[in-house]
Write a protein that binds this ligand. Structure first.
Ligand code: HEC
Ligand code: HEC
Length: 379
């Protein structure tokens, strides 16, 4: 739902104020609308690729996910360390694939590459994000990529300072058998130097491999899902009150709606950052996009800190305090979205809203695909 459509939910509160239970707070029609918004849609892991190929692609993706040889070999950017990072260094399988090394002031803190200057995004539920986003450029904090090209536009060139040549060498030297079994054409991994068309074909294969892997990493089934599915007791009365605030007076739902609790649009929340960051405007050049960032998913938010595009906050409660005071006074570009203004709430309300956000933590991704407990402990 876009625009201010959710503002309709604020109305009943004006009359039934401070009622802790949710069941009396919304009309049956409003409940139906809320349930429909948050329900997880059917999503597609293989997208028409038949088995066993679909699984084999994902397996190669899993292997390459921790392959540091895919990162800069120093030839392209000489000051960078040699083969210093893999995807797994910034997307930790044990923590919903966020960067657990980063702190609020130094994001992407593997120490090796700080190429994006942004906080790493979790790599779970991308198959669902794909369904919700459609063709929209909803990947990365600035929407610099759509589904198909996120690895090619973001991960390899920006986060890993890699090139087609580096990729070719890594595959040839370390993953030759698996690569050739899947793609047949040996020339793509053997020919050095290769021409631009060969480079593009090789990188497209690599993107397909990562895509099929990432689509396996699903983390839903939170207590919130049980609650929205009809089990009201899945949340405590305080958490339900937190949801009520989220969906009504605090206006969070205006931007954090849908199956991933994001509208996948770009907004200026007005958050201070060390380097004034143009956000979405750096991609589009549109003045209206100045300082705007993608609304991130709130699923698993209790476990994916630090928060915001530059990791400005360490704790979920810090983010709630940010909204409660109506954002930062300065230190950001663009014009703050008018829906972010000081929220009139008690300290207990603030805690309830935070506690509600913590109910969004779902299952770990299947350990066969690298979630917590993977490796020998995986059944
Ligand atoms: C140096 C740290 C680092 C490495 C290495 C890295 N990433 Fe990332 N990743 C990030 C950051 C930071 C972002 C957000 C960047 C932005 O929006 O500017 C991100 C974003 C993404 C996204 C977008 C997620 C979304 O919901 O929008 C995907 C997909 C992704 N990375 C996949 C990968 C893959 C696959 C690899 C390995 C080939 C990889 N990343 C390597 C730090 C890293
Ligand atoms: C106008 C749209 C909008 C509204 C209203 C809004 N948010 Fe956000 N939210 C965003 C955007 C955009 C970001 C990313 C901002 C950034 O990093 O620059 C964000 C980030 C967050 C994050 C950090 C998530 C992460 O992984 O980094 C949390 C938590 C959050 N919002 C919770 C809330 C809560 C709670 C409310 C209500 C009090 C709320 N939001 C209201 C758009 C909105």
């Amino acid at each position: 739902m876009s625009g201010s459509a959710w503002l309709v939910l604020v109305a009943p509160l004006v009359f039934g104020c401070a009622e802790p239970l949710v069941e009396d707070s919304f009309t049956p029609e409003q409940w139906d609308t809320l349930r429909a918004s948050f329900a997880v849609p059917a999503y597609d892991v293989c997208q028409g690729v038949p088995e066993p190929r679909c699984t084999q692609l994902a397996e190669l993706g899993r292997d390459l996910f921790s392959e540091r040889a895919l990162s800069s070999d120093g030839g392209h950017v000489p000051e960078l360390p040699y083969h210093a990072v893999s995807c797994a260094d910034c997307h930790d399988a044990g923590a919903y694939y966020v960067d657990t090394e980063s702190t609020p002031t130094t994001t992407v803190s593997t120490g090796a590459l700080k190429a994006t200057g942004h906080n790493a995004l979790p790599l779970v539920n991308l198959a669902i994000k794909d369904v919700v986003a459609g063709a929209r450029p909803a990947y990365g904090w600035t929407g610099l990529a759509s589904t198909a090209d996120v690895v090619l536009k973001l991960a390899l060139p920006k986060a890993m300072a890699s090139t087609a040549g580096t990729v070719r060498e890594a595959l040839r030297d370390k993953h030759w058998t698996a690569y050739v079994a899947l793609f047949g054409d040996r020339t793509l991994v053997r020919n050095i130097p290769a021409d631009a068309a060969q480079d593009a074909a090789l990188l497209a294969n690599l993107a397909a491999v990562f895509d099929k892997y990432e689509r396996r990493l699903v983390a839903v089934n939170s207590r919130f899902d049980q609650f929205i599915g009809g089990t009201e007791s899945a949340l405590t009365p305080e958490e339900r009150h937190g949801f009520q605030l989220f969906a009504t007076t605090a206006l969070c739902i205006e931007c954090h709606d849908g199956p991933l609790l994001t509208d996948l649009e770009f907004h200026v929340t007005g958050i201070r950052s060390e380097n004034l960051d143009h956000g979405r405007n750096s991609i589009t050049g549109d003045p209206a996009d100045e300082g705007a960032f993608l609304t991130p998913s709130l699923r698993n938010v209790g476990a994916t800190g630090p928060y915001m595009h530059a990791g400005q906050f360490e704790l979920v409660g810090d983010v709630v305090d940010f909204y409660r005071r109506g954002g930062d006074e300065d230190g950001f570009l663009g014009t703050r979205d008018p829906r972010i203004e000081p929220i009139d709430m008690t300290d207990a309300d603030r805690d309830d809203l935070r506690d509600f956000l913590l109910t969004l933590t779902g299952d770990e991704p299947d350990c066969h695909w690298g979630g917590a407990g993977s490796g020998s402990a995986c059944p």
